[in-house]
Design a protein around this ligand. Structure first.
Ligand code: DAH
Length: 352
């Protein structure tokens, strides 16, 4: 016959010292389970002498109830403490920065270059304007002095949307639109998308970006064109850059010139460490744009708005933004600028 009071004291001490709900489960089995001393005692009461059965049974049941109550209280206490602990541990401070902090991201290379170009020409006194990508044949070709039989008008070279409506093949139509809206003098640059039915390869894609420029004023000469583009080239490619004009042909300029800049990679020597310079292919010069003096025939289309070709002259140019981005960032294939592979884009993350 176990000493029930001693058993009770021992069990109460163990329950009081338990620190986890799982320990309490073990103690419940140990003191109240089927094989516990207490249960065995209650089961074998019938074997006791009759005068002991009442008092022992009563005492054993008392101990049982006391231990059950204590286990219940202790379980509730520990569960509450456990919940408090988890809540404290799992607390998230939503005012902290994310971990790891997300990179801020940056503009696409083409946008970075476009913005740099805009900034340079803003500094030279030009305004930035934009125009429609869906354009009339009139603005894209006719008013830019393309004769009706000019091959660029053919559907092989131009996406037509309707009879006289097309996707602009260059940003030049904005020359006419801007002059219709604003009397001389005018100094504008026009960035934007242009479209041509080209099969994609390393240097062609059917949609790309140009930046057009137009300056019309009194006493404008080819020297102004050269000086303006020299300033641009120095700021874009480096202070030592030179520019070179070569004769060219465009229907809307007369004379027309192709503009080259001295190679910013090899300094114009054509060599990098005794090897042929990969940027200018050993030429020392890189063609960057088409340009010229605005053809008087073009001014005639806007003569009614003050563009008297006896009184004002102008120069204009158009350059490919992707082409400049490829040169500056040494991107070998034009298509890479449209694939949006983050491995390429992240190499040039330090942009505005
Ligand atoms: N629009 C021409 C092209 O896409 C580029 C160009 C050449 C623009 C001469 C001009 C210019 O304004 O004067 O090839």
């Amino acid at each position: 016959m176990p000493d029930l009071q001693q058993l009770r004291a021992e069990a109460e001490a163990a329950i009081g010292a338990a620190e986890r709900a799982s320990e309490l489960e073990d103690l419940r089995v140990r003191y109240l389970g089927r094989k516990s001393e207490l249960t065995q005692t209650l089961r074998s009461i019938g074997e006791l002498p009759p005068e002991q059965r009442g008092p022992v049974g009563k005492q054993a049941n008392e101990v049982r109830r006391a231990l059950e109550a204590l286990l219940g209280r202790r379980t509730a206490e520990l569960e509450a403490a456990e919940l408090d602990r988890r809540l404290a541990e799992d607390r998230v401070d939503i005012t902290l920065p994310g971990d790891p902090p997300l990179p801020a991201g940056h503009l696409h290379l083409v946008s970075q270059i476009r913005r740099r170009m805009e900034d340079i020409f803003l500094g030279l006194g030009f305004s930035v304007v934009e125009g429609p990508e869906v354009e009339y044949e009139y603005y894209n070709f006719t008013a830019l002095n393309h004769p009706p039989e000019h091959p660029a008008r053919l559907p092989q070279d131009t996406f037509y949307l309707a009879e006289r409506v097309l996707l602009r093949t260059h940003t030049s139509p904005m020359q006419i639109r801007a002059m219709e809206l604003q009397q001389p003098p005018i100094y504008i640059v026009v960035p934007g998308r242009v479209y041509r039915p080209d099969t994609p390869d390393a240097t062609h894609v059917p949609m790309f970006h140009q930046l057009e420029g137009l300056a019309v004023d009194e006493d404008i000469t080819l020297a102004d064109l050269q000086g303006c583009l020299l300033q641009f080239a120095r700021q874009m490619f480096g202070e030592d850059t030179k520019v070179r004009l070569r004769p060219g042909y465009f229907p809307f300029t007369e004379p027309s010139v192709e503009v080259d800049v001295s190679c910013f990679r090899c300094g114009g020597s054509g060599f990098v460490a005794d090897e042929r310079c990969p940027t200018c292919k050993g030429e020392g010069w890189i063609e960057i744009l088409g340009s010229g003096m605005v053809d008087p025939n073009v001014l005639d289309y806007v003569a009614a708005n003050g563009y008297d070709n006896e009184r004002v002259q102008g120069f204009a140019w158009g350059m490919g933004i992707e082409r400049i981005a490829m040169l500056v960032y040494e991107v070998p294939d034009l298509r890479m600028l449209f694939e949006n592979d983050l491995r390429l884009l992240d190499q040039f993350g330090a942009g505005p």
